[in-house]
Design a protein around this ligand. Structure first.
Ligand code: HEM
Length: 419
């Protein structure tokens, strides 16, 4: 069967898509799938599409929008919250440029650097809870909590409300799977409204009394026109930005931490190299992002008739840019399927996208992953998959790739007493 007739969304392909990806890149690098959308697989082609927001729109539907629009029950629930707005991920220039400029003003390298101490503290506290046990389910006990706590703190969520925040975050991501039934969609909508109301109250507090945190910066940052996003009329827009910081930032960083750890366990020589020279950790982060990209692909909509890699595509088509596939393109990365923590060009991966929608949180994610790996390796020796029936579990999705469970055993390292 030709690769163009194959269906990507089968459990076999999704559990390990890389053979399929290789055949797509080699045999039909740009083609229309039986599901209707088009695939763009090679590094250079992906790059040219995502840099070209004029011809390729990001205004694709997510979450509650759906093909036929929300049901009356769903609309009734959402009506209790704030209207949805389009700010970053699914917005296009010139409106996207305005919001992006504003978020960039709040999400500065200085703010990320300031968070380093807190990232270390939160990571150590999570480790303290299991370090003496010699076994851990790393996703649930570490990789989820680290990014979630950091962004919750930055957005002014009280630690006492973390369980709610986790539920809101899970429910914000869940509709993206496309697999929820009507009752689950209603639950997700209720969570969205709860989160909107909670965050709207935090916005009011920061408007009255700014603090030294990301939320205050967002509330008070101004468009180039001078208007503040935190001012009354723009609250739906600000809530949408906040929702995106949650959705885009948590699961992805969780998956990066788990994927990097599994790759090290599966490649003991690479683990030895990183242990011998921890200055390789930043490149370990990049190589993990390249070889197991948490965001495997995202859509664009062709605004006009276009040609990609010599293949004509009609206006209105949905085009999937395959970040995870481009990151294994041999034309860009030698021995692309090999996990190599010393790879010189690992950082040129497309796991954070490129162009106007390049990930807002890339610096934060890099910092969380670097510090996370530093502490995990410092405090755990002899890390191995636990001898349980299923040491790893994986989400099966064409968009997100990663582990939902990673059971490990290890030898605890007792920290040196501070003298
Ligand atoms: C390993 C972690 C992460 C990965 C792999 C990742 C991946 C991506 C990718 C591929 C895009 C581009 C979307 C596109 O091309 O349409 C993106 C955009 C975005 N990311 Fe991340 N991300 C990560 C962490 C974060 C974090 C920590 C945050 C915030 C706290 C964040 C917030 C965003 C936002 C708001 C956008 C939309 C930007 C725009 O449209 O201008 N991400 N991310």
């Amino acid at each position: 069967m030709s690769v163009t007739d194959e269906i990507l969304v089968t459990p076999e392909v999704l559990s390990c898509p890389y053979d399929y990806y290789r055949r797509v890149r080699d045999e039909a690098p740009v083609h229309q799938t039986p599901m209707g959308f088009w695939l763009v697989s090679r590094y250079d082609d992906v790059m040219s599409v995502v840099r070209d927001a004029e011809r390729f729109s990001s205004n694709f539907n997510t979450s509650f929008a759906g093909g036929t629009g929300p049901s009356p029950e769903l609309s009734a629930i959402l009506a209790d919250g704030y209207p949805s707005a389009n700010t970053l991920l699914t917005n296009d220039p010139p409106s996207h440029t305005q919001f992006r400029g504003l978020v960039n003003k709040a999400f500065t390298p200085k703010r990320v650097a300031q968070l380093e101490g807190e990232i270390r503290q939160v990571a150590n506290a999570l480790l303290d809870a299991f370090a003496a046990d010699g076994r851990v389910e790393l996703v649930g006990q570490f990789a989820v909590g680290l990014p979630l706590t950091i962004i919750a703190d930055a957005l002014g969520v009280d630690r006492a409300d973390m369980a709610d925040f986790k539920r809101w975050s899970d429910h914000a991501v869940a509709p993206l799977s496309g697999l929820l039934d009507a009752a689950q969609m209603l639950d997700c909508a209720r969570s969205r409204v709860e989160m909107q109301r909670y965050m709207a109250a935090r916005i009011d507090e920061r408007r009255a009394e700014p603090r030294d945190d990301l939320l205050s910066d967002l509330v008070h940052s101004r468009f180039d026109s001078g208007e503040r996003i935190g001012d009354g009329l723009l609250v739906p827009e600000l809530l949408n930005v906040i929702e995106q910081l949650l959705v885009a930032g948590n699961e992805t960083t969780t998956k990066l931490l788990a994927a990097g750890m599994l790759a090290l366990i599966e490649h003991p020589a690479q683990m030895d190299k990183v242990r011998a020279d921890p200055s390789l950790i930043p490149n370990l982060v990049e190589e993990s992002l390249r070889i197991e990209s948490p965001v495997q692909m995202l859509p664009r909509i062709a605004r006009v008739d276009v040609e990609i890699g010599g293949v004509p595509i009609p206006a209105g088509s949905m085009v999937m840019v395959m970040y995870g596939c481009a990151n294994r393109d041999e034309a860009r990365f030698a021995s692309a399927d090999v996990f190599d923590v010393e790879r010189a060009n690992a950082r040129s991966h497309l796991a954070f996208g490129q162009g106007p929608h390049f990930c807002v949180g890339a610096a934060l994610a890099r910092s969380e992953a670097r510090i996370g790996f530093e502490l995990l390796l410092e405090r755990m020796r002899d890390i191995a998959l636990a001898p349980v029936e299923q040491p790893t579990e994986r989400v099966l999705s064409m968009t997100l790739r990663g582990l939902t469970a990673l059971h490990l055993t290890f030898t605890p390292v007792t920290p040196e007493p501070v003298t």
